[in-house]
Structures are given as C-alpha cells and as structure tokens.
Design a protein around this ligand. Structure first.
Ligand SMILES: Cc1cc2nc3c(=O)[nH]c(=O)nc-3n(C[C@H](O)[C@H](O)[C@H](O)COP(=O)(O)O)c2cc1C
Length: 193
C-alpha cells in the first residue's frame, strides 16, 4: 500500500467494470495511511476509482474576502469536476462529524458558487457517495445529513453510503465495501449524468 501514499491521484485498473473509472475517491483523513485510507484503498482496488488525498493538498479555510485563492483548492476542485461524474467522500468520524479537512473542502465549494461559478456549476448532475470510518459500529443519526443536503443544494444525486468501523470485524468491513462497490456501478444507480 505504501507506494500509493505519496501519489495525490493514482489510477487503478478496475476489476468490476471499466465504465466505473468515472468515479473518484476523495480522502479527507488526518492520517494518509490510516483506517479511512485503508478502506478507501480497498474500494479503489475493487472499482478502479483513483483516490485523491486532500491531506497532500494545501487547502486553506473559507474566507469571506476570498483571500485564499493561491492555495491548491481551485486546481483540486477543477481536477475533480472536469474529470469525474461520481464523487465519493471518504472521511473518518471525528467528534460525530466529518473530518475537519473534509469540512474545509466543503466550505471552499462556496468559492465556486460565488467567484468561480463556471466550475461550481459543473457539480450539477454529478453523483455523490460517502464512505465513513469510525470506532463505533453505528453512526449517530444525522451524520450523513450535511452530505445529503449539500448534494441536494448543489444539484447532485446522493447515491448512498457505507460505514466501516473498528468495532466491526475485517470481514464485515470488507463485505460492506464490496457491497458498496456494487451499488456504485452505474447500472445500479438512479440518475445518470
Ligand atoms: C479527533 C478524533 C475524534 C474521534 N471521534 C470519533 C467519534 O465521534 N465516533 C467514532 O466512532 N470514532 C471516533 N474517533 C475514532 C476514529 O473515527 C477511528 O479511529 C477511525 O478509524 C480513524 O480513521 P483515520 O485513521 O482515517 O483517522 C475519533 C478519532 C479522533 C482522532
């Protein structure tokens, strides 16, 4: 697994379907080699979706005066919206929520609604899914709400989620990822962009 750590985007030959390469896994963990990475990497192997590690990017918090335009956000966002139709957000559960790194990325999408509107509009019609990794077997109610509502607001289709946990056995987690990978196949989803 180590060879992929330093790659910000690494292609991966899919074993389920070539057509699935239109997805991208956006990793938002504070640990580039941690549990979320491990699960996301397995999903990447199953689907052929590349993984983009937000921790390798310099993405600064949202600023009302848009002072952070020289960081990596816009290029990263464009890379995603110009090339992929399915965005899978892979986040650890930190304090019952998505990670801070992931939240900053979501906050910065506001840049694309205010000053980079051409890029922002490209989210419309795309699909969103969520992979979460926590200690607890069950997520607290409402964990997915920010994703579901953001997808709605952005004109995206929320196509599902999976939760992996330290409290679950390796086999349970693996089975959940397999099942998730199947659900992400284009012919099992609702709208096609
Ligand atoms: C700051 C912090 C907060 C956490 N909060 C929760 C939590 O609210 N619920 C939970 O189930 N696990 C929580 N955990 C455990 C992590 O979600 C779990 O260990 C996860 O597998 C870590 O993934 P990572 O290696 O990608 O960071 C927390 C861990 C950290 C470091």
């Amino acid at each position: 697994m180590k060879e992929s750590i330093n790659l910000q985007i690494h292609p991966n030959p899919g074993i389920i379907s070539d057509t699935m390469t239109q997805g991208i896994i956006i990793l938002g963990s504070a640990n580039s080699q941690g549990d979320t990475f491990k699960h996301a990497h397995y999903l990447s192997q199953l689907t052929g979706f590349p993984m983009l590690d937000l921790k390798t990017k310099n993405i600064l918090p949202f600023d009302y005066e848009f002072k952070n335009q020289e960081d990596d956000f816009l290029d990263t966002f464009k890379e995603i919206v110009d090339n992929y139709n399915l965005l899978i957000f892979a986040t650890p559960v930190y304090w019952y929520s998505m990670s801070g790194i992931m939240k900053i990325f979501f906050d910065r999408i506001s840049d694309c609604l205010k000053i980079h509107k051409d890029s922002g509009r490209k989210l419309r019609g795309k699909k969103m899914a969520v992979l979460s990794a926590g200690y607890d077997r069950e997520l607290k109610p409402g964990f997915h709400m920010p994703f579901i509502e953001s997808a709605k607001y952005l004109g995206m289709t929320y196509v599902g989620d999976t939760h992996l946990a330290e409290e679950k056995s390796d086999l349970e987690n693996q089975n959940a990822i397999h099942e998730f990978a199947q659900r992400l196949q284009p012919d099992t989803q609702g709208a096609t962009p």
